[in-house]
Design a protein around this ligand. Structure first.
Ligand SMILES: [Fe+2]
Ligand SMILES: [Fe+2]
Length: 184
């Protein structure tokens, strides 16, 4: 694979993850969580399974991303076709192996299925939502060009009003702008 393709994909994933981390922290603060920095870390690391897959199997992972785009399926579905498993499971296996904190493992494992989180439902719902906000706003690149639907359980868990969401999105844009300025 060409070096610049590899670099662009990694940069896209990094921007996606950083945006997700910033937005997750905003939401955690709004929900009054004391450990909002842990939620920031969870946002940053939620897609670590993608990095592992991409670094270990660059050619196959690129094909997986192409297939997602071509067949109009999500990256999770395309991963299942190519690797039998998906980045959330791989990320959580590694997180367990590296003895990450329990809540962090849980967010990584269930960020696409927040209704299954038993130990960290709020943190998982936050990262799930932040992930989708990033995709909807075109921040970075998550491996496929789609904006998946929000799992309704995430909204129920977080009990966010329309005003909350509007303010979160505004704050998110501000903090993303600041980050962009800093990285120039
Ligand atoms: Fe993901
Ligand atoms: Fe993501």
């Amino acid at each position: 694979m060409r070096h610049d393709t590899m670099q662009n994909t990694m940069l896209g994933l990094w921007e996606h993850s950083l945006g997700c981390a910033l937005t997750s922290r905003l939401m955690a603060k709004r929900k009054g969580l004391k450990d909002y920095d842990d939620v920031y870390a969870a946002g940053l690391l939620h897609d670590i399974g993608k990095i592992i897959l991409f670094l270990e199997f660059p050619k196959e992972y690129k094909e997986t991303m192409n297939e997602a785009e071509f067949k109009e399926i999500t990256i999770v579905e395309a991963e299942r076709d190519h690797f039998v498993t998906n980045h959330a499971d791989i990320g959580s296996w590694l997180a367990e192996k590296w003895l990450f904190p329990r809540n962090l493992i849980e967010v990584i494992k269930y960020h696409h299925k927040p209704h299954l989180s038993k130990n960290a439902p709020i943190e998982t719902a936050i990262v799930h939502l932040a992930d989708i906000f990033m995709r909807a706003n075109g921040v970075g690149f998550a491996g496929d060009p789609f904006v998946p639907a929000v799992n309704p359980v995430a909204f129920e868990t977080l009990k966010l009003s329309e005003t909350d969401i509007k303010e979160i999105l505004e704050e998110m844009e501000d903090s993303l702008e600041v980050t962009e300025e800093l990285s120039l």
